[in-house]
Ligand binder design. Structure first.
Ligand SMILES: *Cc1c(COP(=O)(O)O)cnc(C)c1O
Length: 391
């Protein structure tokens, strides 16, 4: 049996497992920052060249972290991965590792607020940043140029669920030799085929669907061995971006059930979207799995699913949206996503508060917009809760 051809569900249970001399079944948590050497010569040799299954310091690498990195790389179909303290450490690390003063990067404008902040930081250090409408391929074509080091986008944007054509943007970027970096949180590793579609670097906030229970922060950068170990790792290990072994251990167990969880959540999201579409209290319901979504065909060919997130615009703006949020009894008000517990967020006043009203409206973030992360409750209970809150 060729283990490389296993389905993702099987890889998520087994890939990357390393067992100690005790043959433990569960992945061991190596809660250690350092490693003892038999001799001074061995210490010197490890520092000169760390070999397979050899570690020197947890900021550089740790066996539990390595298990998680190998497992997610197997799922994503990349040669390697580096796990970070949070999703933002991964975004920051991937970009900082390739940019220097005078570099040019192109990014889609519809980005998570903290991602936008990173581009402001890059600008402060003399990086030229061009923001484009990610769904408009002509804007990508016009923006990239010989020497552009990277393009960056969320494959499904937060919170308005625009779907970006990974293969088409990758073709445009590769023509000028730019790296294609995809923040793939909303697509999840379950529905992602980003590498096959042309992505060079795939980034996750593992805080979301990978942990899946809202327990711990984490992030990961997936890519070629060269990118991960020669480009990203030097920056990450020296700037302190490595994940805690405890959080890696949580993520490892999170991965084993991710496929089942995320598919159930996406099925519920589809059921909710179908039930609530056309509801008189909603001026808009955005779900990539519905045929009226502007990139529905792309979403289905790229991910084969509409995903686990829904955006809805409540008639009556902020006050009406707050009233609906406050009336929900089962669905919680918070700002995480991908959790087993369903969560509603009002982006205008929370996650995207930092943006000017003009910028928010340009991204479609109106005062009535509510983001719903569909969890693992029974969909009928979620529909009943949403209906009673709306009505
Ligand atoms: C949450 C999120 C991040 C940041 O991840 P953290 O783990 O919170 O640092 C980045 N991108 C997207 C799309 C996200 O949803």
């Amino acid at each position: 049996m060729n283990k490389r051809n296993l389905h993702k569900r099987s890889l998520a249970v087994h890939a990357g497992t390393r067992r100690s001399q005790y043959g433990e079944m569960a992945e061991a948590m190596f809660m250690t920052q350092g490693f003892a050497y038999d001799t001074a010569e061995q210490a010197q040799a490890r520092f000169e060249k760390v070999g397979e299954d050899e570690f020197i310091y947890a900021r550089y690498g740790n066996p539990t972290n390595r298990m998680f990195e190998d497992r997610i790389a197997a799922l994503e179909g990349t040669e390697d991965a580096f796990a970070t303290t949070s999703g933002m450490a991964a975004v920051n690390g991937a970009l900082m590792a390739v940019c220097q003063q005078g570099s040019h990067v192109v990014a889609a404008r519809a980005l998570f607020g903290s991602n936008l902040y990173i581009f402001d930081v890059l600008r402060r250090f003399g990086v030229e940043v061009t923001l484009v409408d990610g769904t408009d391929l002509d804007q990508w074509r016009a923006a990239v140029r010989e020497g552009t080091v990277a393009v960056f986008f969320e494959s499904v944007s937060n919170p308005t669920l625009e779907v970006i054509d990974i293969a088409a943007v990758a073709d445009i970027a590769h023509e000028v030799g730019a790296l294609v970096m995809v923040d793939n949180v909303f697509a999840t590793p379950v529905f992602s085929r980003a590498v096959e579609q042309g992505a060079d670097v795939v980034i996750y906030s593992t805080t979301k669907h990978i942990d899946g229970a809202g327990r711990a922060l984490g992030g990961v950068i997936c890519g070629t061995r060269h990118f991960v170990r020669e480009v990203a790792e030097p920056y990450l290990k020296h700037s302190g971006g490595a994940i805690s072994p405890f959080n890696s251990w949580l993520m490892l167990t999170g991965l084993t059930t991710m496929d089942l969880r995320v598919r159930a959540m996406a099925d519920s999201a589809e059921a909710i979207a179908n039930d609530l579409r056309g509801h008189p209290k909603l001026s808009k319901l955005i779900y990539p799995g519905l045929p009226d979504h502007p990139q529905h065909d792309l979403a289905m060919s790229q991910m084969e699913s509409g995903g686990t997130m829904i955006a809805m615009e409540i008639v009556g703006g902020r006050d009406a949206a707050f009233e609906v949020l406050n009336r929900l009894e089962l669905i919680l008000i918070s700002n995480n996503l991908g959790d087993a517990k369903s969560i509603v967020t009002h982006p205008t006043t929370t996650t995207h508060q930092r943006l000017s009203e003009e910028d928010r409206l340009a991204l479609g973030i109106t005062s009535g917009l509510v983001r719903l992360s569909v969890g693992l409750e029974h969909p009928d209970d979620l529909i009943a809760d949403l209906r009673q809150a709306l009505e």
